[in-house]
Design a protein around this ligand. Structure first.
Ligand SMILES: Nc1ncnc2c1ncn2[C@@H]1O[C@H](COP(=O)(O)OP(=O)(O)OP(=O)(O)O)[C@@H](O)[C@H]1O
Ligand SMILES: [Mg+2]
Length: 252
C-alpha cells in the first residue's frame, strides 16, 4: 500500500501539489490522469523520493520515503521518469543491468543475469540488447528504460508515461505486461497516462488530478463518465460501453 498524507510541493510562492491525501492499494494497477501541469509527475516523484516533500508524508509498504535509506527504498520501489537521458554510452543490456544495482552493488550474479534477460524479453528488446542506447529509436529507448525498471524487481513499480513514443502494438503489449506483473506476480503498479481509454481498460483504480489537487479517485466505472471527465479536462467526452469497457470518444 502507498499512503499519501497531505503531500505538498511548492516552488517559491506556487503550490504545484496541494495537500494530496490518498491510499493506493497493494497489488493493483493505479493510473494517474489529468491535464498537462496538473502535478502528476511531481506527485510520482515525491512518492519515490526523487523530490522532497514540502509538507505531508508518503509511506510505501509502511516505509516513510523521507527517512528510509536509498538502498532499502530501491529494493522496494522503482520508478521510470518522464524524461530519460544518458550521459554515458551504454549498451541496452548494461543499462538494464543498472536495475540490479540495489541488489548486487555492482557485482552481478547468475540471478542478476536472469533478471536482466527476462526484463529484456518482457520488453521485446532481446535482439537489440547489444546496441548502444543512443543508437535506438525513441520507442526502443523507452522500452530499454522500462526494462531497466523491471529488472530492479521491486514490489512497487512507478511509471511516468510509459507509453511515450510507443506504437499501438507496443502500447497494448505494455499494458498487458503491467497487468501480468500485478495479476501473476503480485506487484503494485502506479502509472501516469494520458490515454484515458488505456487507463479505463487496464486499471483497477484511476486517480484524477487537476491544478495540483486530487479531484477524483475510483474505478474505471466511476471515473469514466462525461461529468467526471469534464471536471478533469474541461472537454465534452462521450462515454460508450464497448465489450464491457468504458471508452471515451471525443471530437475537436
Ligand atoms: N522545477 C520546477 N520549478 C518550478 N515549477 C515547476 C518545476 N517542476 C514542475 N513545475 C511546475 O509544476 C506544475 C506540475 O508539473 P508536473 O510536471 O508535475 O505536471 P504533469 O501533471 O506531470 O504534466 P504533464 O502531463 O505535462 O507531464 C507545472 O505547472 C510545472 O510548470
Ligand atoms: Mg508529467
Amino acid at each position: 500500500m502507498i499512503t499519501l498524507d497531505n503531500a505538498t510541493k511548492r516552488y517559491g510562492p506556487i503550490t504545484v501539489v496541494d495537500g494530496v491525501s490518498a491510499t493506493i492499494p497493494r497489488g493493483g494497477v493505479t493510473s494517474i490522469i489529468g491535464p498537462n501541469g496538473a502535478g502528476k509527475s511531481t506527485l510520482l516523484s515525491m512518492m519515490s523520493r526523487l523530490l522532497p516533500l514540502d509538507a505531508g508524508t508518503v509511506h510505501v509498504d509502511g516505509l516513510d520515503v523521507s527517512t528510509t535509506s536509498g538502498q532499502t527504498l530501491a529494493r522496494t520501489l522503482s520508478i521510470l521518469r518522464q524524461e530519460n537521458q544518458l550521459t554515458v554510452r551504454l549498451s541496452v543490456r548494461d543499462l538494464v543491468g543498472f536495475g540490479r544495482f540495489p541488489h548486487n552493488g555492482g557485482r552481478p550474479t547468475v540471478v542478476d543475469r536472469e533478471h536482466i534477460e527476462r526484463a529484456l524479453e518482457y520488453l521485446d528488446m532481446t535482439e537489440l540488447a547489444d546496441r548502444f542506447v543512443d543508437e535506438l529509436s525513441g520507442g526502443q529507448r523507452q522500452r530499454a528504460f522500462i526494462a531497466m525498471v523491471l529488472a530492479q524487481d521491486t514490489d512497487f513499480i512507478l511509471l511516468d508515461e510509459p507509453l511515450n513514443n510507443l506504437d499501438m502494438k507496443h502500447s497494448v503489449d505494455m499494458m498487458r505486461l503491467l497487468r501480468r506483473l500485478v495479476d501473476d506476480l503480485g506487484k503494485t503498479v502506479v502509472l501516469v497516462i494520458h490515454d484515458i481509454n488505456f487507463a479505463s481498460c487496464y486499471s483497477d483504480t484511476i486517480i484524477a488530478m487537476r491544478d495540483g489537487a486530487l479531484i477524483h479517485q475510483g474505478t474505471a466505472e466511476e471515473i469514466m463518465t462525461p461529468e467526471v471527465l469534464r471536471d478533469v479536462y474541461d472537454v465534452d467526452i462521450q462515454v460508450e460501453l464497448i465489450r464491457g469497457n468504458r471508452i471515451g470518444v471525443y471530437f475537436a
